[in-house]
Design a protein around this ligand. Structure first.
Ligand code: FE2
Length: 367
């Protein structure tokens, strides 16, 4: 993308896609003089809607990366050309700080891992968060196995989202359980808590003890499974992306419900969110033929998620902390024998808002 000044008062953009003139008001509301924008927060201290809509560019001058503009209302402001170009690439901006997502299946040889570093302002934390955004999961090794340490970790890269399971939860086999996670049973690949409003974005699971021979952790790239369905089983893909299902959690104290598609797509038909948790889904009574189609489609999706082609299987060791994108990555566990010893994980949720905000902050520092 290239920016040029024509006739001293027109700013033209030339890109491989299109050539256009930047609207003067678009630039004017980005003017950063002290009277217009608070220095500390970069927030406007005036209402841009009150600007005279006929403001034009009186004079413009381009030198290297700096564009100096005098507007017809008497405001002078300078703009960094590189920053303008970045913002003008709307599609790239929308993708967020890490635009390239890498889809994977069980043939994934590279495991996104990171060594624990308690300096959360470090380049290592930046690299770790980038891996998470690219792959939808990352395993951090060597995290202190102190009780509740997950709370410190989570609050250092984001802000914990407490739920009715508490600020954090202990995943171990207990007699008085309110979720099958707290038993030694096999857990099919699933996304967590689709019954919440909103569904928690990121799950953290920290292994404190693992003395059992079973209880292997499983992970599946739900976006890759959805794309496989779209390519090979279009009818199934269509019913899973068009049927809103009710998800429900119930215990002695609370009932939680939310509705959503098993595969949610955006306006460009790109997969946005996976909700797959056959323990807690209730499809509404559709026309019989659609219901039959839905059941076959859900079965196929489950089959792909549990297949050797898509499922990663590994053992979490004490000190490993698994960070998963709960809108993309499904997780599960093989059954284990609780009499063999302790298997104790601690988990919690954080939202994209915080981890992505942290990544953008570190990108400003190291990017
Ligand atoms: Fe889970």
């Amino acid at each position: 993308m290239k920016i040029e000044v024509i006739e001293n008062n027109k700013i033209l953009v030339n890109s491989s896609k299109e050539n256009f003139e930047i609207h003067p008001l678009w630039l004017r509301e980005r003017a950063k003089t002290e009277d217009l924008m608070d220095k500390l927060t970069e927030q406007r201290i005036y209402d841009p809607s009150a600007l005279n809509k006929s403001i034009k560019i009186k004079k413009a001058n381009l030198k290297a990366d700096m564009l100096n503009i005098e507007f017809t209302d008497g405001i002078f402001s300078e703009f960094k050309v590189s920053e303008l170009c970045k913002e003008l690439d709307t599609e790239k901006m929308k993708k967020g700080p890490v635009d390239e997502k890498i889809m994977w299946d069980s043939k994934l040889n590279y495991r996104p891992t990171a060594k624990f570093n308690n300096d959360y302002e470090s380049k290592e934390t930046f690299e770790m968060l980038k891996k998470f955004h690219k792959y939808g999961f990352v395993i951090i090794t060597g995290v202190p196995t102190k009780n509740n340490y997950i709370v410190d970790f989570a609050n250092s890269i984001g802000v914990i989202r407490p739920t009715n399971f508490g600020v954090y939860f202990d995943v171990k086999s207990i007699p008085d359980y309110n979720d099958l996670a707290y038993t030694p049973r096999h857990l099919y690949p699933h996304t967590d808590n689709p019954y919440r409003k909103p569904v928690p974005c990121i799950q953290l699971l920290h292994c404190i003890e693992n003395e059992v021979s079973g209880g292997l952790s499983t992970l599946v790239d739900g976006f890759a499974v959805a794309d496989c369905l779209r390519e090979n089983f279009k009818e199934y893909f269509d019913i899973l992306t068009s049927t809103k299902v009710r998800f429900r959690f119930i215990d002695k104290e609370i009932i939680l419900e939310n509705w959503g598609e098993l595969i949610e797509i955006d306006e460009n038909e790109k997969v946005k969110q996976i909700r797959f948790n056959t323990k807690v889904d209730y499809v509404p009574h559709l026309k019989n033929e659609n219901l039959e189609k839905f059941y076959k489609a859900r079965e196929k999706m489950g089959e792909l998620c549990s297949s050797k082609n898509f499922e990663l299987k590994f053992k979490l060791m004490p000190g490993d902390l698994l960070m998963m994108d709960n809108y993309r990555t499904l997780h599960g566990r093989t059954a284990y024998d609780a009499s063999e010893g302790m298997r104790h994980l601690q988990g919690c949720y954080i939202d994209y808002d915080s981890s992505e905000g942290k990544l953008m902050h570190l990108l400003r520092k190291f990017g």
